[in-house]
Design a protein around this ligand. Sequence first.
Ligand code: GLU
Length: 303
Amino acid sequence: MEVGRYAPSPTGDLHIGNAFAAVCAWARARRAGGRCLLRIEDLDTPRVVAGATERMLEDLRALGLTFDGELLVQSRDLTPYHEALARLRAHSALYACRCSRKDLARAASAPHEGEEGPPYPGTCRELGLPFDDPALPVAWRFRMPEGVVTVDDPLQGTFAQDVRREVGDVVLRRKDGLIAYQLAVVVDDLRQRVTEVVRGRDLLSSAPRQVLLCRALGGAPPSFAHLPLLVDASGGRIAKRTAGADVLLRSLFARGLSGQRVLGMIGAALGVCGEGEHLDVATLAGRLDDRVLRRASVTWASS
Ligand code: GLU
């Protein structure tokens, strides 16, 4: 049974690019006769916005999207992440790292385009620092295995990465104790038995490290399909942090547009329906085949 998922972070309100990703994840799972789960990725607590989860759920409902199974909210139970860390530690796959805050700050959230720094040089790799000494705050890093990982993406083609050399040993638990996105996403995709990860192509470069982490946890990695990014007229990615009223779902609904009208606008941007049409989720989903999605970006012309 195919299992897909849509995994938004409540760091702001959903915009049109998020709606596109949600519909695509739903469409691919349903077309394969499978299920699509919904997961709230809210472990990056400093960036979580109060009330954003409830508003995201409302917006998804207004689009007519219904997900399968139980809603997983990561922050409700941290046990699975701590168990995974313990397991990795038992296999000597982690080490403690005392490097500066600046190096470590990025680890909590999914690294979207341009947000990843240079690879960690491995300064603390062989130092054998203690993991739990209250006098020495440390982050926990994953000893990235050697070798090239290849991801065959039906939409973006083959992506090969020498993860250890190009990315380095990633942080899985920050100095302040926060669980990193890279660990949480792998733990959840494994325990929810996700078979295909569908999300924006700015996370394509995270897929190889997630494959390695998944294997280190004794699991079989899912397959990956990375979607074109929605960009504005000047080619900039539409992002939660910078999204204006013209692309936020809430604002579009507040202007009186229905969910089906918004889906019609997405369909028109992709060239699968005419301007001004209304589409329900199933109809739009039926038109989103790989041929339509095999591109790097889709331009969103605000109305
Ligand atoms: N929660 C991540 C985000 O909203 C998505 C992570 C994923 O789909 O793997 O950016």
